[in-house]
Design a protein around this ligand. Structure first.
Ligand SMILES: [Zn+2]
Length: 86
């Protein structure tokens, strides 16, 4: 399944991912952004993963110079805050 979200200028893709990888966000050479989530997750798992990847998108983490551990820590902390508070 693939769908384009114009408001976010981002493609959402569901694919089979390696065990332990729920999803990720990436950008290709054409500057197109993709959020990829594991197609086999539960609906709740998919929603949680999308929320996590949206945090990366909103915070522009793909362009961050911070190390991955700090970026992931912030994304997990922010996810605990209701979306309207971000
Ligand atoms: Zn992450």
């Amino acid at each position: 399944m693939s769908s384009y979200v114009p408001a976010l200028d981002t493609w959402l893709l569901q694919r089979e991912l390696p065990q332990g990888v729920n999803g990720f966000i990436t950008r290709d050479g054409d500057n197109t952004t993709y959020i990829v989530i594991d197609k086999d997750l539960s609906e709740t798992g998919k929603l949680n993963t999308l929320t996590h990847e949206f945090v990366h998108l909103i915070r522009n983490d793909l362009d961050s110079d911070e190390n991955v551990e700090d970026i992931e820590y912030r994304a997990r902390v922010i996810r605990g805050i209701p979306c309207h508070s971000i």
